[in-house]
Design a protein around this ligand. Structure first.
Ligand code: ADP
Ligand code: MG
Length: 691
């Protein structure tokens, strides 16, 4: 009986209940699942030579006949040797196998085999050690490009390859192409059955590339289509209705004019706000690119329409900072801004509650405290959150739910994490994206250098000089205590707490050294940050807790110890803490890492101040998994596509998916059923985690 795609893997040769269990751990239950278990690399076993002509420097296939009975010997406990002689037309060789005693009985003298391995020459003798082998009749795993699969204990590569071959033989006809022929023609995509077959057993590297492109395309196509459908399904209901007002009225109250990028973001957001459907927009831009000013414009427009806005920030410091920027901006238009944080006194909070409930506040800036029960708005129309990845969708939604009536509040998200455009489109699946990729004029670039341990005396001299000129310094370490520093940091690891002590006692006894890290209570953190903000600390030793948001324009030097422990994007964020005032600012990356890759990575930062470029490089050098760190980005896992490398195909697939959905929004047409099924399959496991 030929196999069906839906057959359980147990029906395949060599797979019993025990192995089926192990495969199930990999998510492989049916024959079809196995077909989607793609090789992670390949071994080129195509070259075939005679014993005499086999090169010594690389493995090749050699065809030879077993000439003697295999001899089994026990060298010592745990080491068994099988030796056997084999001959081709001209020469003989001796084969040695370690710990494969079954070969003693399975190798048949007189029969022709293919051996894949390196032939060694000892004078006129030839030998091979532990070659891959199989009988020439019915050979499957030699003389071809062999797939190498991701494995698990108890499952060998040959077992998987054999099972896949069998399925391909039996089921190739059953592989119906989910992509319509017209779409394949338009994007020059190979047929489905061919692509699947070829990606497992490619006849050549060229064909592998063709097959792979097809599978990458379809995967990204299904992903894009699914995200688009998801986004659309969320856009239910009416948005808070807004009438358009001329933005100039707000803009002329500002002491500067907007950059082109800010203006674009503002126009896009205003169009959303006045469209009748709820806005769901992400504004992405480097620190200091002027996102807050744009968010303020949105709050302004809402207030003009008689609605209130709420801005939620991840920490009290940030909330206060936003409050301090926004209150004067909006005061110029006669609008009122309030602050609400958990640290405030109960009486102060009650006053804010009252002002929100009766509508006398137009905008409230706060922390999670905004979500507390006491908070109710008279007419909430816009929810703004800062730093996307610190708030889940649930929190955004909880705040938005404080709006009333059938109209849904608009949502604006600000993020200073410059995710490459391609990834942002995917990760923020349910958000439209505006990018502010231009800096306000007159900003000086932060001068960045990479130094090794030898220059430490000069570094300390430079710190002293900056402080001598009345400036302040950040000094960031990868960990708080000794022993927490990543092993990658090497011998010169720095931990914030002991380092701060050493600096204060032995290096800068006359200066004021402060310490802040994530293990402090948030109250203590805020106190230290406030001291630094008031200039009462000269050198602030810190962990990455200062990564987000803090604004101290008098700080002009950022030193990062063990810079190799940080991602590029993270370093860029840290660097953004300086260069916020009038004076020239500096960033010094200290690293004694020697590897060329690490040094190349860190040099990207010395050469560029463009957050997006840096993010792209980070993505290219480390891959998307690392880019997002441990953070769940909520996308369905991809089997073939590599978001870092396949961006060209991603763009093409996205556009194709958008065009298709334009024509058939629910994918109900007969020829689109296959696509719909695959999209549903892809998203079934990640429905809950999606953005
Ligand atoms: P972000 O929120 O992106 O970090 P902000 O909106 O807080 O940036 O702006 C950073 C600083 O730059 C603020 O002091 C702001 O007043 C100022 N600023 C914003 N836009 C401009 C501009 N177009 N020209 C000059 N200064 C600007
Ligand atoms: Mg800001």
């Amino acid at each position: 009986m030929p196999h069906q795609l839906t057959d359980p893997v147990q029906s395949l040769p060599g797979i019993g209940p025990a192995r089926a269990k192990r495969l199930e751990k990999l998510g492989i239950r049916t024959a079809q699942d196995l077909l989607f278990w793609f090789p992670r690399q390949y071994e080129d076993r195509r070259e075939c030579r005679s014993i005499r002509e086999a090169p010594e420097d690389r493995p090749v296939c050699v065809r030879a006949i077993i000439a003697t009975a295999p001899r089994l010997s026990y060298i010592r406990k745990g080491l068994e040797l099988v030796k056997v002689n084999a001959v081709d037309e001209a020469d003989a060789m001796e084969l040695t196998f370690f710990n494969q005693s079954y070969l003693k009985t399975s190798l048949r003298p007189g029969e022709s085999y293919l051996f894949y391995g390196k032939v060694e020459r000892h004078g006129s003798r030839y030998t091979m050690t532990n070659p891959v082998l199989e009988p020439e009749a019915g050979a499957r795993f030699t003389r071809r490009i062999m797939p190498v699969y991701p494995l698990t204990a108890g499952i060998s590569n040959n077992l998987l390859a054999g099972a896949v071959l069998r399925i391909l033989e039996d089921c190739a006809q059953q592989l119906t192409d989910p992509l319509p022929a017209a779409l394949r023609r338009e994007h020059a995509l190979a047929e489905y059955a061919y692509a699947v077959q070829t990606v497992h057993f490619p006849p050549s590297w060229e064909e592998l590339e063709i097959a792979r492109r097809r599978l990458v395309f379809e995967e990204l196509f299904f992903l894009s289509a699914g995200l688009a459908m998801l986004r659309r399904s969320r856009d239910w209901g009416r948005g808070v209705p807004c009438k358009s007002y001329d933005a100039e009225e707000y803009l002329h109250t500002l002491p500067f004019s907007l950059t082109g990028a800010q203006r674009r973001a503002l126009d896009e957001a205003f169009a959303d706000l006045c469209s009748g459907t709820p806005m769901n927009r992400l504004i992405q831009g480097d620190v200091g690119s002027g996102k807050t000013v744009v968010a303020a414009a949105c709050a302004w427009l809402l207030a003009k329409n008689g609605f209130q806005s709420a801005l939620m920030a991840p920490t009290e410091i940030l909330a206060e900072q936003h409050y301090n920027t926004l209150a004067p901006l909006l005061a110029r238009s006669g609008q009122r801004v309030g602050l609400l944080t958990g640290a405030m006194r109960a009486a102060e909070k009650r006053a804010v509650y009252a002002d929100l409930a009766d509508g006398s506040l137009d905008l409230v800036v706060g922390t999670h405290a905004l979500l507390s029960e006491g908070v109710s708005f008279r007419r909430l129309g816009l929810v703004i959150t800062d730093e996307q990845h610190r708030f889940g969708v649930a929190q955004r939604a909880a705040l938005a739910a404080k709006g009333e009536g059938e109209a849904r509040p608009h949502v604006l998200v600000m993020s200073a994490t410059p995710i490459p455009r391609t990834l942002a489109l995917l990760v923020y699946g349910d958000l439209e994206v505006s990018v502010i990729d231009e800096r306000p004029p007159g900003r000086r670039e932060v001068q960045t250098t990479l130094i090794g341990e030898r220059k430490r005396p000069q570094l300390y001299g430079f710190i002293r000089k900056q402080v001598g000129e009345g400036h302040q310094v950040y000094l960031v370490c990868p960990a708080v205590e000794e022993g927490e520093v990543p092993a990658a940091a090497g011998p010169e690891r720095k931990a914030a707490a002991p380092y701060a002590e050493v600096l204060q006692k032995h290096v800068f006894p006359d200066l004021r050294v402060g310490l802040v890290h994530g293990k402090l209570k948030s109250r203590e953190k805020e106190t230290v940050m406030a001291d630094f903000g008031r200039g009462e600390i000269d050198i602030l030793v810190a962990t990455t807790v200062i990564e987000v948001g803090v604004d101290v324009p008098n700080a002009t030097l950022m030193v990062v110890e063990n810079a190799e422990c940080f991602g590029l994007s993270q370093l860029h964020q840290l660097r953004g803490r300086v260069g916020r005032g009038e004076s020239q600012s500096y960033c010094v990356l200290v690293s004694s890492a020697q590897s060329p890759e690490t040094r190349q990575r860190l040099r990207v930062l010395c050469e560029s101040s463009d957050g997006f470029h840096i993010a792209e490089e980070d993505l290219r050098l480390r891959g998307p998994g690392d880019f997002f760190g441990n953070r769940q980005h909520g996308l369905p896992p991809l089997k073939v596509a590599d978001l870092a490398a396949d961006t060209r195909v991603l763009h093409e697939a996205r556009e194709a998916a958008a065009a298709l959905l334009e024509e058939d929004p629910e994918l109900t047409a007969l020829e689109h059923r296959g696509i719909r099924a695959r999209v549903e399959q892809m998203f079934q496991d990640s429905r809950d985690t999606m953005n």
